[in-house]
Design a protein around this ligand. Structure first.
Ligand code: MV4
Length: 446
């Protein structure tokens, strides 16, 4: 097993990884920008290295600085967390060249899933259901017109290098097709330096349901059920729950079995998430994420499996020790993303935290790097913590979530806590009846 791991991240996820390392007897190296000298992930690490100025490009994304930090400290492996370099195939490749373990999948798997056209073709060939659309890239308007006529309007044009909702164009009729194609292509080229585009049937009111998988790179893979992440604003998830209130056990077992065997056949290594749109009882693959995700704790709360410890064991070459029939989903879990933002306008609210009192008690987990006296820097994303609540059923979970939100004290900065308190009064939320558009519609009415 590794003796020392460098954590190439900040905030709550850096702490999350440190906790897993400590329980495994592994020493930790924190890296930080000059803006993060007083951050909790630096204070709690065994060692820390300053890797650059506040701008993430010059610090958390600076590969030469990270390599130097590994060299100085003798770290044998790097955990990238989420965001930053977590899905950068080149970073994984460079670490491999330096004989430092990357705690994640191979550069080849990161690369194929980062190319949305290649990802879709790859998973379709492995038996995963995909959204009807073009078979690969769209080359010209004549081809686009033919595909659109085949699948029927409305259609969606997506950038192959996009993902996460960036660079999409909805087309409602033949007359809008030409302009949409050139706009999509120009935007893709400007945003990603790659103008490859593809077309899909536009799904009107789907839910976003994603399956968690764990694979060992030796042909073994299991699934840990799904998360419902339909409640989003501007492609940012706000609240996630597991399991999805929209799925029954038979649907879960069927698709879970398909994704696990697909990942086994692919020879995938580590944790991953297969994202689907779910509409009228059918699943349609959209993307795969090759990283640990922000919302992974709800899966941990349900299954009792420490996903970061699994990542570390797998990166060290261990095979899967868990069998699918040892995984059970007893109860319900919900995560609220606590952002330092105005809860109505979503304007960032960095600054000094004057008071901080997180909730506690049975079934309550708070992952956060905040403490009283901490000054939230303005340079990074506004996620300052996650409240994750477990209950033996969804009703208990909702009651406990309400109680926990009421207990939570954060003074000095604005947070999204009041938004969650108001969401929990909504019958659609209480009943689990929402799709990917519900939250934006709710916010527009409020
Ligand atoms: C779609 C779609 C409807 N039909 N694809 C947005 C983010 C990216 N992951 C894929 N996205 C979508 N793809 C088809 N064929 C609607 C969305 C979408 C969405 C998806 C998940 C969660 C929130 C969303 C909000 C708007 C649009």
């Amino acid at each position: 097993m590794f003796d020392k791991i460098l954590i190439a991240n900040r905030g709550e996820i850096a702490l999350r990884v440190q906790r897993a390392c400590r329980e495994m007897g592994i020493a930790t190296v924190a890296v930080h920008s000059t803006a993060d000298e007083d951050a909790m992930h630096v204070r709690l690490a065994d060692e820390s290295v300053c890797i650059g100025p506040p701008s993430a490009t010059d610090s958390y994304l600076n590969i030469p600085s990270l390599l130097a930090a590994c060299e100085i400290t003798g770290a044998e492996a790097v955990h990238p967390g989420y965001g930053f370099l977590s899905e950068n195939a080149r970073f994984a490749e460079i670490l491999r060249e330096h004989e430092i373990a990357f705690i994640g999948p191979t550069p080849e798997h990161i690369k194929v899933m980062g190319d949305k056209i290649a990802a879709k073709q790859t998973v379709a060939a492995l038996g995963i259901p995909v959204v009807p659309g073009s078979d690969g890239a769209i080359h010209d308007e004549a081809e686009a017109q033919k595909v659109a006529e085949d699948i029927g309007y409305p259609v969606l044009i997506k950038a192959s290098a996009g993902g996460g909702g960036r660079g999409m164009q909805i087309v409602r009729s033949r007359s809008d097709l030409g302009l949409a194609l050139s706009t999509a292509r120009a935007e893709a080229l400007a945003a990603f330096g790659d103008d490859a585009i593809y077309m899909e049937k536009f799904l009107d009111k789907p839910r976003h349901i994603e399956f968690q998988i764990v694979a060992d790179g030796k042909g073994n893979a299991i699934h840990l059920g799904e998360r419902d992440c339909s409640l989003q604003r501007r492609h940012q998830k706000v609240l996630e729950e597991a399991l999805s209130p929209a799925l029954n056990a038979a649907e879960r077992e069927r698709l879970g079995g398909v994704v696990a065997s697909a990942m086994a056949d692919l020879g995938y290594t580590g944790v991953g998430t297969i994202e689907f749109l779910f509409e009228d009882g059918e699943f349609y693959f959209i993307e795969m994420n090759t990283r640990l995700q922000v919302e992974h704790p709800i899966t941990e709360m349900l299954t009792g499996i420490d996903l970061v410890q699994e990542q570390i064991r797998i990166a060290d070459g261990a095979g899967l020790t868990l069998a699918q029939d040892e995984v059970s989903f007893a109860g319900h879990a919900i995560e609220c993303r606590i952002n330092a933002e105005n809860p109505k306008t979503f304007t960032p609210s960095p600054g000094l935290v004057i008071a901080y009192h997180p909730p506690g008690g049975l079934g309550v987990r708070v992952d956060s790097g905040v403490y009283a006296g901490y000054k939230i820097p303005p340079y990074y994303d506004s996620l300052i913590g996650k409240l994750i609540v477990f209950g033996k059923n969804r009703t208990e979970c909702l009651m406990r979530l309400r109680r926990s939100l009421d207990e939570f004290v954060i003074e000095g900065v604005e947070t999204t806590i009041p938004l969650f308190q108001s969401l929990l009064t909504q019958p659609d939320i209480i009943n689990g009846e929402y799709d990917i558009h519900w939250l934006e519609e709710f916010l527009a009415e409020a």
